[in-house]
Design a protein around this ligand. Sequence first.
Ligand SMILES: NC(=O)c1ccc[n+]([C@@H]2O[C@H](COP(=O)([O-])OP(=O)(O)OC[C@H]3O[C@@H](n4cnc5c(N)ncnc54)[C@H](O)[C@@H]3O)[C@@H](O)[C@H]2O)c1
Length: 259
Amino acid sequence: MSSRLEGKKALVTGAAQGLGSAIATELAAEGARVLLTDLNEAGATAVANQINREFGASRAFAIRHDVTNQADWRRAIEAARSELGGLSVLVNNAGIVITGSVEDLDMDEWRRGMSVNVDSVYLGCKAALPLMRENQPASIVNLSSIAGLVASHNFANYNASKAAVWLLTKSIALHCARNGWDIRCNSIHPAFIRTPILNDLAKSGEDVVELHAKLARQVPLGRLGEPSDVAHAVTYLASDESRFMTAAELKLDGGISGM
Ligand SMILES: NC(=O)c1ccc[n+]([C@@H]2O[C@H](COP(=O)([O-])OP(=O)(O)OC[C@H]3O[C@@H](n4cnc5c(N)ncnc54)[C@H](O)[C@@H]3O)[C@@H](O)[C@H]2O)c1
């Protein structure tokens, strides 16, 4: 265990599995105290318990939290204040993939994707900034995607929602800088990281091993990313090592966007 995040107080959304779980665990390993939130409360609690077993009691806490709900955000920020003693790192990680072309998607699907992927970042930053101002230097990390920078015919909603996260991140960063607050805000843009979300890309009946191999063939490095690849990047952005980095996008795509 090292201490690049000693004294940091972090909230990670969507932390019951996948990237959120890996991110929360690495932030704790680097010395942060962490509040894990998810719709799946049992899953988030299991990850928090594992962190506490590994890194010491009261290192991690978990609550149920729907990131599309403003009242839930108020409760989550209050939990950060009471359980962590403040908030200096916010990781807006929760997100969903809805596949389909512009003609495939109905209005409910469109709204659901925009709500989980974009409203969540707006609501989260709006709710968190007052407490983060009391805990400077602070850092917000938003999970966009390589799909927020490069489009596909059947990703209309995912492309639009993750592109919105990309520029919303910059607007938040400039708002903080203009006000003289040491609160940075950056986005991360992964491609094909080995988590359950990839299963949403499988055609019906397609085997997961086959799907992973097919996706890996699209990556110049020839392999999928691992959750730890993203967690390392979040640790850097959460830490004061990245103190001159704000309004930036960090691509973790094995070279896809370089083609
Ligand atoms: N895995 C990848 O290849 C990849 C690539 C690019 C971007 N991303 C982004 O990274 C983030 C995490 O993805 P992942 O791969 O870990 O996905 P995942 O499906 O494994 O995990 C997502 C988590 O978010 C939670 N969640 C969903 N809706 C929620 C809501 N309304 N409120 C609270 N929690 C909610 C789920 O319960 C789940 O625990 C997402 O924003 C995703 O778009 C992932």
